[in-house]
Design a protein around this ligand. Structure first.
Ligand code: SF4
Length: 426
């Protein structure tokens, strides 16, 4: 029998990218040939964080089925809507976020029986972390999933329903995987998860970062999104470690304490700004990135203005702006005083515009200075090489192919709203 081919499509967050890397390697071990684009089997690793993301996944499922592939749907979307997913014509296997390692066997079973299989396990209270180590991540930066799940139930968020309660990978297993990645040549490891401040039951993240930072040959450790209320003095101290990136992603979401309370967030603006000041004391060049939701139910013009002014005060280096949209099944979807679509659109475009200004301001401060850049494998459309600095600024520069995958010094010459350009240091 000819070798079966499989391709993957990933929607959503970094965790999903990690999960896809694991699935890719698991399918290979079961004898599948991994290809890009059309394949006998197409695995779609979905996201359900907004209604729009679920819709995009449905479109991708239908498109793959139309091209004659056997479609496998996995991840958050089937975890919360298995019935809806299994009714889409052409879907062969439906699985959720649990027992990922069984997926290739389920697919082989479905192919053999010629019948669809729906296997979505509901979450349980004392769910264990499923260790799914990845040997060869897809990018120059290796994501390492240390935690999964969240029990915070922010009122707008569907993730706790999809990803289940918090569970963590053991520190030994994290270190082992990180060591293997370093041996395979990865220079940067990004510790990732659904809510990594809950690592080890909460409070255990600084120790883990410190342990990973001692791995010989590991040039950079980056920590993915952190909930502001999880940022302890010990975590801020980790920014002093020489290989820990001077970058924090702290989702502010709103600059109005009233809206933060309605969102069920566990910090207020004063606490947020206190963390920012303390982190900048330790790391003056800190890249501070954030997420903002514009138009949450009940958000008045005054609340929104507060968000803009906190954005300026925090001087974020990059802002991801989202327009609030109802996610059925969350508490906020039942809130009154929904903000009209037109107002939401107007506000989100103001957040985007201010975010770009703040990025450009931040980038301007880097001009004339030298930074270390981890060079990515792909070139930009205009032929330049690109990579990220330790404080998470995208930097573009001319150079030869042998620089790819290396960490090199670049002198920044020009600043723009999305990146900086420079020349490699001799
Ligand atoms: S902390 Fe809040 S926003 Fe983040 S995953 Fe948990 S519930 Fe969702």
């Amino acid at each position: 029998m000819p070798m079966r081919t499989v391709s993957f499509r990933t929607f959503g967050c970094k965790q999903n990218r990690y999960d896809t890397d694991f699935l890719r390697e698991s399918f290979e071990k079961k004898g599948f040939k991994v290809v890009q684009g059309d394949a006998d089997v197409v695995v779609i690793n979905t996201c359900a964080v907004t209604s729009r993301s679920a819709q995009k996944c449905r479109q991708a499922i239908r498109a793959a089925a139309r091209r004659g592939a056997k479609v496998v749907v996995t991840g958050c979307y089937p975890q919360i809507a298995a019935g809806e997913v299994s009714r889409i014509p052409g879907v062969m296997v439906v699985s959720g976020v649990r027992e990922r390692s069984r997926l290739p066997d389920l697919v082989l079973e479905a192919l053999e029986r010629g019948e669809p299989i729906v296997d979505v396990k509901p979450h349980v209270q004392d769910e264990e972390f499923e260790d799914t180590p990845v040997e060869r991540p897809d990018l120059t930066r290796a994501f390492l999933k240390i935690q999964e799940g969240c029990g915070d139930f922010c009122t707008y968020c569907i993730v706790p329903y999809a990803r289940g309660p918090s569970r963590s990978k053991s520190p030994e297993s994290v270190v082992e995987e990180a060591e293997r990645l370093v041996r395979s040549g990865y220079k940067e490891i990004v510790l990732t998860g659904t809510h990594i401040g809950l690592y080890g039951g909460g409070g255990a993240l600084p120790k883990l970062i410190e342990r990973v930072s001692r791995i010989d040959g590991l040039i950079r450790i980056r920590v993915s999104s952190l909930e502001p209320h999880d940022v302890t003095p010990e975590l801020i101290d980790c920014l002093r470690l020489p290989n820990v990136c001077q970058h924090l992603h702290l989702p502010l979401q709103s600059g109005s304490d009233r809206i933060l309370r309605m969102m069920g967030r566990r910090y207020d603006v004063a606490l947020f700004m206190d963390i920012v000041r303390k982190a900048r004391k330790v790391a003056p060049d800190l890249g501070l990135t954030t997420d903002i939701i514009a138009g949450f139910p009940g958000e008045t013009e005054a609340d929104f203005q507060e968000t803009l002014s906190v954005m300026k005060e925090a001087a974020f280096s990059r802002v991801h702006a989202f327009k609030y949209s109802d996610r059925p099944g969350t508490r906020a979807s039942g809130f009154r005083d929904k903000v009209p679509e037109r107002v939401k659109e107007e506000r989100v475009s103001q957040v985007i515009a201010l975010g770009r200004e703040l990025s450009e301001d931040f980038h301007r401060r880097l001009v004339g200075r030298d930074f270390e850049v981890l060079v990515e494998d792909d070139r930009e459309k205009d032929g330049l090489l690109a990579g990220f600095t330790r404080n998470y600024v995208r930097c573009r520069f001319p150079g030869d192919d042998d620089l790819k995958g290396k960490v090199i010094g670049v002198t920044v010459q020009e600043a723009g709203p999305t990146d900086v350009t420079g020349i490699p240091r001799r």
